[in-house]
Design a protein around this ligand. Structure first.
Ligand SMILES: C[S@@+](CC[C@H](N)C(=O)[O-])C[C@H]1O[C@@H](n2cnc3c(N)ncnc32)[C@H](O)[C@@H]1O
Length: 208
């Protein structure tokens, strides 16, 4: 079955995420920066990188290799257009993170902000964990339910409404359990609420 993300226009997605009533682009990029500052990785992969949100936070003097992963080739094309000149070693991988064929080189930091809600988490964690270096880190942001607001905030970007069909909240406990099975040990768990009232769990795991 065709992945619904292939029907989404990057401009609709980015404009929606940047709306003051949503403000998730800013939040995700800021959180990625926190991870970079905390762990000083030499190699980084972003799963579900869209048009490259957060790449602007990477210090090209510190990070030696960046891998941008997304299922939508148009998103990656735009990320490449925006960032290719800024980094010496940046790779754009158009693959499904739940595919057994998924393969990237191992990294010190894998960042995944709001992608697990759209995939089979058992498959995704099993596969993603393979590509994190020993003592390397997985930073994941999971959206949490808030019964007062819908999972995809209504906005003038109507095309995004179809994402609700494939969106599924990921319970943190289940996520942590699956990570444990695949050698990822929880080192930090923080709950955050944005002004929009959307709630998120920020989880950091270390590979042992
Ligand atoms: C909610 S967006 C992620 C937000 C992004 N991290 C940001 O900061 O704006 C989810 C992203 O994951 C990608 N995606 C969804 N399912 C995927 C899959 N199975 N494999 C790889 N990428 C996928 C989508 O194309 C989309 O760019």
């Amino acid at each position: 079955m065709k992945n619904i993300w292939l029907d989404i226009e990057l401009s609709d997605y980015e404009n929606h995420m940047a709306l003051p009533s949503v403000a998730q682009s800013q939040y995700l990029s800021q959180y990625f920066f926190k991870l970079l500052e905390s762990f000083h990785p030499k190699t980084v992969a972003i799963l579900g990188c869209s048009g490259g949100n957060g790449l602007e936070r990477i210090n090209s003097e510190e990070v030696e290799k960046i891998i941008c992963v997304d299922i939508n080739p148009n998103f990656l094309k735009e990320a490449k257009h925006r960032y290719n000149k800024r980094f010496k070693d940046i790779e754009y991988v158009c693959q499904d993170i739940t595919s057994e064929n998924f393969k990237i080189s191992n990294v010190d930091l894998m960042y995944a902000g709001l992608i697990f809600e759209y995939v089979d988490i058992e498959l995704a964690i099993n596969i993603a964990a393979r590509f994190i270096n020993s003592k390397g880190v997985l930073g994941a942001v999971l959206q949490q339910p808030n019964e007062k607001i819908p999972e995809v905030t209504p906005s003038r970007y109507k095309s995004l409404e179809k994402l609700s069909k494939v969106f599924g909240f990921v319970p943190s406990a289940k996520f942590i359990e699956l990570c444990n099975i695949h050698g990822l040990k929880l080192i930090s768990q923080i709950e955050t609420q944005l002004e929009s009232s959307k709630k998120f769990t920020e989880l950091i795991f270390q590979k042992f």
